[in-house]
Design a protein around this ligand. Structure first.
Ligand SMILES: [Zn+2]
Length: 340
């Protein structure tokens, strides 16, 4: 296209050319910025939404996987539902195997004899005793130990019957499981042994308490001899059993901290007690490290004064004979009370 200069235009048309003012297009930066912000917000929102949907789907899958695993893997592997996936699929191997000896596990009380209760009166000692007894049984059996259970449900046996079962089964050790009570501010675990302070029984109590310590207890109240508040008498089961025996008071049911620990560490406590028992069997030469039995006869507690023939004669060892009279209900219901 030919263009002419302004001078030529004026010469030809007699006037100055009218120039169309080309206005510079105004750019509305503020509107663009707002639009960009809105766009970014929308994109961000979509990304967030996708993230939520994806994690929801993933979560569902993990939950399904965990449920399946819980049903297939032994419960000892599933210690904590929030534990890492790897922990669930790789159960801890048993600490021991092929242990060739027999243990009698006694869950204290049962049925109409509830033992002690917590402050609400809703939590019975007999139920906690059974729970921990079943855990101990599970671990002992996983270690290859032969286990004789005094009770595996909510049933009652007289103290004399319990000792008779243990003695007749030729068990090498006897462990009675209880929970303590006190009307006051006392917490922790203690293990009771015959006041003759027999060596094997003491070792058994020390090893169990030591393993429980490793798990974590509110207070280690130590190995104690005799009967609570009276060192001159004994718990029935520590008198009429011929094998090394002890009575574990696994925390105070009257203390919230001990109940929390009991519920939280039920499995670990069961494992700890089982390990304490196996450790004792090795310490006193009942079995070797591989579990091979070294003693031909059942283990008896050499220094423990035992009433082998007539259980009622256990009163011989007592300053308060009525306390160990098996026909006396007071013994059962007040066995855990602290008189000191
Ligand atoms: Zn008890």
């Amino acid at each position: 296209m030919n263009t002419i200069s302004d001078e030529e235009f004026e010469r030809i048309y007699g006037r100055k050319p009218v120039r169309r003012v080309v206005r510079k297009k105004k750019i509305y930066w503020n509107r663009i910025i707002i639009a960009l912000i809105i766009f970014a917000a929308v994109i961000f929102g979509i990304v967030q939404l996708i993230g939520i949907v994806v994690s929801k789907i993933k979560g569902d899958n993990t939950e399904k996987t965990n449920t399946t695993l819980k049903n297939t893997v032994s419960s000892q592997a599933v210690k904590d539902s929030s534990s890492e996936f790897e922990e669930v699929v790789a159960p801890k191997p048993p600490a021991y195997s092929d242990m060739d000896f027999t243990v009698c596990i006694d869950a204290g009380h049962g049925d109409f004899d509830g033992g002690t209760t917590d402050a609400s009166g809703m939590r019975y000692e007999k139920d906690d005793n059974l729970k921990i007894a079943l855990e101990v049984q599970k671990y002992l059996e996983s270690f290859g130990v032969n286990v004789v259970m005094i009770r595996e449900d909510d049933s009652f046996l007289e103290l004399g019957e319990r000792c008779e079962i243990a003695n007749n089964s030729k068990a090498d050790m006897f462990v009675s499981l209880h929970r303590n009570s006190y009307d006051g501010d006392i917490s922790g675990v203690e293990v009771w042994v015959n006041n003759a302070e027999p060596q094997y029984d003491t070792k058994l109590a020390e090893n169990i308490l030591g393993k429980l310590d490793e798990v974590g207890i509110s207070d280690d109240r130590g190995v104690q001899y005799g009967y609570v508040g009276n060192p001159y008498i004994n718990y029935y089961v520590n008198v009429d059993t011929v094998m090394p025996s002890c009575l574990v008071e696994l925390g105070f049911i009257t203390e919230e901290i001990d109940n929390k620990l009991f519920d939280l560490h039920l499995t670990e406590y069961g494992e700890a007690i089982a390990e304490g028992i196996v450790q004792t069997a090795m310490d006193i030469g009942l079995v070797d490290e591989s579990g091979k039995r070294l003693m031909s006869e059942e283990l008896i507690s050499p220094e423990k004064p035992v009433n082998r023939d007539d259980s009622s004669s256990s009163a011989d060892n007592l300053t308060e004979p009525a306390v160990t009279d098996p026909s006396n209900d007071v013994y059962n219901t007040q066995e855990n009370e602290w008189y000191g």
